[in-house]
Design a protein around this ligand. Structure first.
Ligand code: CMC
Length: 431
């Protein structure tokens, strides 16, 4: 089923210099730039940040930011978060359909059998980092390094080789993530336990100490699995765009995934939940909430982290689910003391004209950090926790792009620099 309507409507563009016109059909909510170029070759759309540019056709995720709707392959995020698991959602994103029981068994077994990383990745590579390296920096580098271990990764048009890399990447991401954390806190590496489910295994690799088998709290494992579902894809966000752009040059999926993870690292994207906790900690008490809001409005206090979104102009549906998950986690871990500050911030912002007129609502990151912190994850691990599930989404987009035989990503620019001028030897330069 195609999610977006196709209507027999069009627009007409007229070049006022020549009086020539071209009628361009509106298809799936877009107009073709190729048609536009027939009338105006050499005139470019100026769209920094791609706010009005659709760079591809995609059948993976549907997002209506005004209505607060998010669906993976047509399935509402609320239903997936309630009834599915992260691994099933990853299968859905990559294959377009929910798996049958036997397809799921094969998928889960394949992922489980590929959780180990080559000893050299850990011993020579990860352990070569400085003791205080940021785990996200380690993850980005380690994922890129994997391309040197799997030479068949370059066979991106060989279906078997491609599927193998997809499985390896999804399976090894939690192992690399946990290894980066263990190294950063000086704890020995924990090998994957293939008798555990995907999320439980990750928690075991994170927290296991000397016990023979790590006992995972089922409420916390399920909560993390739900967070993984919510973060698995989000159509053409910054990191997915990086994945598609790098992948469009036909580089291998490890290099493209490393680029996507690097894009995710920044505070405007996957680093936002870390920034939220830093902000809440800095605010410190309920009395400081109102002055902080005022400082944001006056431009002195920076942005209200975890608020606003390029696409959502109403409540982020993921934030609603996360708020519920937070209650379940806090029932086990005890309430995160920063929660009351977050709730007061939200309450004030949602009734303040500055935020309402700009349609700034809490996004997924406003509450996810509070949950991660209550579960014991250090702040530096937050973007890493985002990268683990988003790998499924990145790979789904990468596959889709390759199957569409897309062009290499290569935008144009509006040149605003100097006109042609002659080189001046250093001795002849002014000053
Ligand atoms: N706090 C205060 N003002 C804001 C905020 C904010 N969080 N976000 C946007 N604004 C204001 C901004 O100053 C501007 O005001 P004006 O029109 O007066 O200049 C207006 O709202 C529009 O902002 P923009 O920067 O043009 O919006 P954008 O679509 O380019 O930016 C954003 C989207 C997510 C980068 C931005 O809202 C932001 O920086 N939010 C805080 C960081 C954050 O929470 N990021 C996580 C995003 S969700 C997870 C993910 O997808 O990675």
């Amino acid at each position: 089923m195609k999610g977006v309507r196709r209507v027999a409507e069009s627009i007409t563009i007229t070049d006022n210099r020549t009086g020539e016109s071209i009628e361009i059909p509106l298809e799936d909510g877009g107009v073709s730039a190729a048609q536009f170029s027939k009338l105006l070759p050499g005139t470019w759309f100026f769209d920094p940040g791609f706010t009005a540019t659709a760079a591809c056709e995609s059948a993976i995720t549907y997002l209506d930011g005004d209505a607060g709707i998010l669906r993976y392959r047509g399935y509402p995020i609320e239903q997936l978060a309630e009834e599915s698991t992260f691994l099933e959602v990853a299968y859905l994103l990559l294959n377009g359909e929910l798996p049958t029981a036997s397809e799921y068994d094969v998928w889960e077994r394949e992922i489980t059998l590929h959780t180990f990383i080559h000893e050299n990745v850990r011993k020579r590579f990860l352990e070569g980092f400085h003791y205080d390296a940021h785990p996200m920096g380690m993850l980005v580098s380690a994922v890129a390094a994997l391309s040197t271990f799997y030479l068949d990764a370059k066979d991106i048009f060989d279906a078997d080789a491609r599927q193998k890399q997809v499985i390896r990447l999804i399976a090894k991401m939690p192992t690399l993530a946990a290894a980066a954390h263990r190294f950063s806190v000086g704890m020995p590496f924990v090998y994957p336990d293939n008798s555990l489910k995907f999320t439980e295994n990750f928690l075991s690799m994170m927290w296991k100490i000397a016990e023979p088998r790590f006992e995972v709290n089922p409420v916390l494992a399920r909560a993390l699995d739900v967070l993984f579902i919510l973060h698995a894809d989000h159509e053409q966000n910054c990191s997915t765009t990086a994945m598609r752009v790098v992948g469009s040059s036909h580089s291998d999926p490890y290099s493209a995934t490393a680029a996507a993870a690097a894009a995710l690292y920044g505070p405007r994207h996957g680093g936002a939940n870390e920034a939220v906790i830093r902000m809440l900690t800095e605010i410190g008490s309920l009395d400081n909430v109102e002055p902080f809001i005022e400082s944001v409005k006056s431009g002195q206090g920076g942005r209200l982290q975890g608020f606003g979104h390029r696409v959502y102009k109403s409540y982020d549906p993921r934030a609603t689910i996360i708020k519920r998950t937070a209650d379940e986690v806090f029932a086990v871990t005890g309430k995160n003391p920063l929660l009351d500050i977050a709730l007061k911030l939200e309450e004030i912002a949602l009734s303040d004209e500055y935020f309402t007129s700009r349609k700034l609502y809490p996004n997924v990151d406003f509450y996810s950090g509070l949950i991660y912190q209550a579960m014991g994850f250090p702040l530096e691990m937050f973007p890493v926790l985002f990268a683990i599930p988003r790998t499924a989404g990145w790979l789904a987009h990468w596959q889709e792009m390759l199957d569409q035989d897309s062009k290499i990503a290569r935008p144009r620019q509006l040149y605003i620099g100097a006109d042609a001028r002659d080189y001046v030897p250093m001795v002849g330069r002014p000053g």
